[in-house]
Each structure stands twice: as structure tokens, then as C-alpha cells.
Design a binder for this molecule. Structure first.
Ligand SMILES: [Fe+2]
Length: 369
């Protein structure tokens, strides 16, 4: 099978934030991430500070402007804290970039090589929905902590007291919100530009209007290492959570990042104790005989899931446990998901009804319903 756009996996999720120093503290304490690299005025970065944190294979870069008038400062002023780049590791940046641009992607940065004493990295970037981009990275000849220009940094706090000293080990999927009627265009974009294919799971009219107020399709690379669900609002009785996002973010953008964990119970306990707030799940989700039947047998007692509000979804391949945080900034935009997979390759479609009810309650509290 020839892959027109081979990828190695997610490289980094890059956030633009108003105060990168404090954000680095939040992701260290609440998400158990380890600071590994830094770039700022002390080492030649005149306009911004950037903190790079890691947990397993997941890398977050938090970038903040240190002066007014920069592109980064304008981005944060307009969109608030959010994701500006879903960087993808590829074996051949020049080939990937050439293919993407030939297929109609907007090239933002032509391939170039960055170098320091740790080796070489090849980088390029193409545009995707809204102000979001995909940087393409080949770091196979690089041994430094992140990228040339970044100095190694020490963790800010001690690691969480979990078995592996971390709360999650990988980015599972990254979800984008696009405008009404644009979902299929972006599905087609990923098909054409990156050779991604549709995964089976989608939320169509049937579920959309009644429960979720969104339509959703999932695209992924051939190896299923990079998975991008795409949402658009659906017309329903109430204001869609996607419309709320589009209004407050000021256009399309990344809605949530799902983090893969091996022990969702311990991870939720740690994050909650550190002040992270999760969406509530109604008790009826666990007590209702029909829903309980659907949950079936899972690795933890249902009472333990109920105590934490952890959701269960099931398909022919297995099951998954998942939970969603509330938005992690003042704007009701970006949030996170924790996901523990046991065979299932899905994204929690069966939880939409229960989730929708929970999200609606939060929207109502904000007066946006
Ligand atoms: Fe998700």
C-alpha cells in the first residue's frame, strides 16, 4: 500500500497564551507535565517566551508575547488562549510539503533546516482551518530537547505520584470546530492534501439535531496515529456548543485535545485535586438500567466511575473510558478530554446524549443557551 503522505505521529500541540509562564505552571501542576525546554529573551528570543512541556510522547509548547504589536500578541487579543499549531512529525518534510501544496494546501513556511549543536531539524508549515496551521517536522537527525533555539529546562515541580510519574502518555486525537456547512470541505481537504481517510465514526443528522447539536466526522492517516475529528454546528432547538465556540474564539479552531491515559481514575483524581474542573455527568447515566446495560463490564466498578463522572462507550472492538474538562480559559473555547482505550477505536459517539445534557447545563450557567 503506498501512502501519499506518510506521518510518524503528532509532534507537538502549540498554544498561544496570554501568560506563558503561568500557563507552564498550570500544565506542570494540574496536568503533571514536565518542563523540558525554554526560549525567551534570555536566550535570544526578543519578542516571546515559549515553554515546552512533555508527558510521555505528548508535547505542548506554550508561547506568549512579551511585547505589544507582535503577531502572537494580536492572535491572543483576538482569539484568547488557544491552539495555533497541530505539528505533525513526518519522515520527509520536503516531500510532504510539496505534496500538500500541489494538492491545494496554502503553504505558510517553505521547508528549511534549523541547526544547532544537537543536530538538524527540517520544518515547513501549511495552513488549515481558521488561523490554525500544521507544522511538518522531521527531527530524525536531532538530539536536543525540542528544537534549535530552545535551551533545556528543568521541571517546575515534582512529578505526580502516579505509577509512571505522569498523568497521560500521548495525544490521542485533536478536534477542530468549523463553520456550519464546512465540515465536509475540511474532510475533503485532509483527504486531498494529506491522504487521510474517514474513520467509521460520524455524528450525522439523526443524532445531531436531537442530542448533540453538532455534526462530526473523523479523518486519520493510514496508520491511525494522527486523528482529527471535525465538528460543525447543527441546527437544533438550542444554540449549538459549536456556535458558542465559534462566537467566543472568533472563528474556527481547535476545540479539544484528547490525552491518552492508562489509568483514567488516578489521572482524574490528581487533576481534580489540582483544581481542574470536569463536566458533570448526571447520576442517571450510571443508574438508568438501559444505560447501565450499555456500559456492561469494564475494568473498574461502576461506582468508581460514577464518583468521578467518567463515561463509558462501547463498540464491536471493545470499550473506552472518557471524561471532558471544562474550558481551561475564561472563554468557553478549548478544553481537554482524557481517554483510556480498551480495544475501541471510537470517540465516544454513544455518549453524546449524556454529554449533551451535561454541556447544556454549563451553557445555561453562562447564559449562552
Ligand atoms: Fe474527543
Amino acid at each position: 500500500m503506498s501512502d501519499v503522505f506518510p506521518v510518524n505521529g503528532m509532534d507537538a500541540v502549540v498554544f498561544a497564551v496570554g501568560n506563558a509562564r503561568q500557563a507552564a505552571h498550570y500544565y506542570s501542576t494540574a496536568f503533571g507535565m514536565r518542563l523540558i525546554a525554554y526560549r525567551g529573551p534570555e536566550n535570544g528570543s526578543k519578542d516571546e517566551a515559549a515553554y515546552v512541556l512533555r508527558s510521555g510522547s505528548a508535547t505542548f509548547e506554550l508561547r506568549g508575547s512579551i511585547r505589544p504589536g507582535t503577531e502572537l500578541a494580536r492572535h491572543v487579543a483576538e482569539h484568547g488562549d488557544g491552539v495555533i499549531d497541530l505539528a505533525i512529525e513526518v519522515p520527509d518534510v520536503e516531500a510532504a510539503y510539496a505534496y500538500a501544496v500541489a494538492q491545494g494546501a496554502e503553504g505558510l513556511v517553505e521547508p528549511y533546516t534549523a541547526e544547532d549543536e544537537h543536530g538538524k531539524v527540517v520544518l515547513a508549515a501549511v495552513a488549515t482551518y481558521g488561523q490554525t496551521r500544521h507544522t511538518l517536522v522531521d527531527r530524525s537527525n536531532y538530539g536536543g530537547p525540542y528544537l534549535p533555539g530552545y535551551a533545556p529546562a528543568e521541571p517546575l515541580v515534582a512529578p505526580p505520584g502516579t505509577r509512571n510519574g505522569r498523568l497521560f502518555q500521548a495525544v490521542d486525537h485533536c478536534v477542530g470546530n468549523v463553520e456550519l456547512g464546512k465540515m465536509d470541505e475540511w474532510v475533503e481537504f485532509y483527504r486531498k492534501v494529506m491522504g487521510f481517510t474517514n474513520m467509521a465514526e460520524f455524528i450525522g443528522d439523526d443524532i445531531a439535531t436531537e442530542y448533540s447539536a453538532l455534526m462530526s466526522k473523523v479523518v486519520a492517516d493510514g496508520s491511525r496515529k494522527v486523528k482529527f475529528p471535525l465538528n460543525e454546528p447543527a441546527v437544533s432547538r438550542k444554540k449549538s456548543q459549536i456556535d458558542e465556540y465559534l462566537e467566543f474564539y472568533g472563528g474556527p479552531g481547535v476545540q479539544h485535545i484528547a490525552l491518552a491515559t492508562n489509568d483514567i481514575l488516578a489521572t482524574v483524581d490528581h487533576m481534580r485535586a489540582a483544581g481542574v474542573r470536569f463536566l458533570d455527568t448526571p447520576d442517571s447515566y450510571y443508574d438508568d438500567p438501559e444505560l447501565r446495560e450499555r456500559i456492561g463490564r469494564v475494568r473498574a466498578p461502576i461506582e468508581e466511575l460514577k464518583k468521578r463522572g467518567i463515561l463509558v462507550d462501547r463498540d464491536e472492538d471493545g470499550y473506552l473510558l472518557q471524561i471532558f474538562t471544562q474550558p481551561v480559559q475564561d472563554r468557553p473555547t478549548v478544553f481537554f478530554e482524557l481517554i483510556e482505550r480498551h480495544g475501541s477505536l471510537g470517540f465516544g459517539k454513544g455518549n453524546f446524549k449524556a454529554l449533551f445534557e451535561a454541556i447544556e447545563r454549563e451553557q445555561e450557567r453562562r447564559g449562552n443557551l
